[in-house]
Design a protein around this ligand. Structure first.
Ligand code: NDP
Length: 300
């Protein structure tokens, strides 16, 4: 079998188009423009590129983008003051604090200071609880993007066996909660899981969120399964090599694609969906604030 590649780039473009339509409708019906504030502390080059992309795509969708760059010398209290200002700003419907933060700042304190309604990353404990109890919440962007692709692929996910490899708070755990909400039978595997290969082989849906390059080979994949590879691993070549740095996932794409029914590539799979879902969350937050209907298909 040769798997169908799931084109995350094309899907993300569709989500952004739906968001742009929703923004237009909201401007016409309520005279409000959704706004996303991104807080970046420090000079990390990868974070700067990521934040620039977010800002560009936010504006392209017709939303307002506010960037707040701060030096690494900022204190936790100063950062909390900034978050408080953004919580109170009616032009801001989504607040994202780019992680990681410098080591003298407690990330969980900052995240939990963001108003849950504006927590477009979906990391606030209130949103974690709302998701776990099946209520309307801000859903973390990466798992939301994965869920959208899975629904598109399968229609109903009800009754399917899903295995999520990885149990982080930002990907693995919320992914498992969302799959459970969609009535999958969910197993979470992690570094202590016994015979992880056998666990993965039982999966109709296999989500890999580990951070280990090409850890999952094709013979861990059930024939016909849908494989969602969240991993982004940078492979640097030896000094002096003229080959560019490569990005690979947590799944060995070549061998897995021979067995799976559908699979996301890296790059071009889950990655583009993450920013698209951030924009979707900002629109959803604005809709909820003004009491407008949330456009279909943009949330869990
Ligand atoms: P974390 O490091 O927070 O979590 C990794 C998880 O993998 C842990 O639960 C860990 O288990 C588990 N794990 C580690 N080694 C093994 C192993 N040998 N066998 C089984 N499980 C193992 O990572 P994140 O969840 O933050 O990210 C995962 C990957 O996804 C990374 O490559 C990251 O770059 C990528 N990512 C991609 C995004 C995108 O937009 N596409 C967004 C966010 C992340 P344990 O808990 O037992 O230690």
């Amino acid at each position: 079998m040769t798997a169908t590649p799931i084109d995350g780039k094309a899907f993300a473009a569709k989500v952004r188009a739906d968001v742009a339509k929703g923004v237009e409708a909201l401007k016409a019906s309520h005279g409000v423009t959704p706004g996303l504030a991104v807080v970046l502390v420090g000079e990390d080059p990868a974070s700067q590129v990521y934040v620039r992309n977010k800002g560009k795509q936010t504006v392209e969708c017709g939303m307002a983008s506010f960037e707040h760059k701060r030096d690494t010398s900022i204190t936790q209290d100063e950062l909390l003051d900034l978050v408080k200002q953004l919580n109170e700003d009616p032009a801001v419907h989504g607040i994202l604090c780019q992680l990681p933060l410098p080591s003298h700042i407690d990330e969980s304190v900052v995240i939990n200071a963001i108003s849950p309604e504006k927590d477009v990353d979906g990391f606030h404990v209130s949103n974690v609880g709302l998701i776990a109890t099946g209520q309307d919440a801000m859903v973390p962007c990466t798992p939301l993007g994965c869920l959208m692709m899975l629904r598109e692929q399968h229609g109903s996910l009800s009754g399917l066996n899903a295995v999520v490899v990885g149990r982080s708070n930002i990907v693995g755990k919320p992914m498992a909660q969302l799959l459970l909400r969609d009535s999958c039978t969910v197993t979470i595997a992690h570094s202590r899981t016994k015979d992880i290969a056998a666990v993965c082989r039982g999966a109709d849906i296999l989500v890999a969120a580990v951070g280990r390059p090409e850890m999952i080979p094709g013979d861990w994949v059930k024939p016909g399964a849908t494989v969602i590879d969240v991993g982004i691993n940078r492979i640097d070549n030896p000094p002096g090599s003229d080959k560019p740095t490569r990005l690979v996932g947590d799944v060995d794409y070549t061998s897995a694609a021979e067995v799976a029914g559908a699979i996301t590539p890296v790059p071009g799979g889950v990655g583009p969906m993450t920013i698209a879902c951030l924009l979707a969350n900002t629109l959803v937050s604005c809709c909820r604030t003004v009491g407008a209907a949330v456009p279909a298909g943009l949330t869990a």
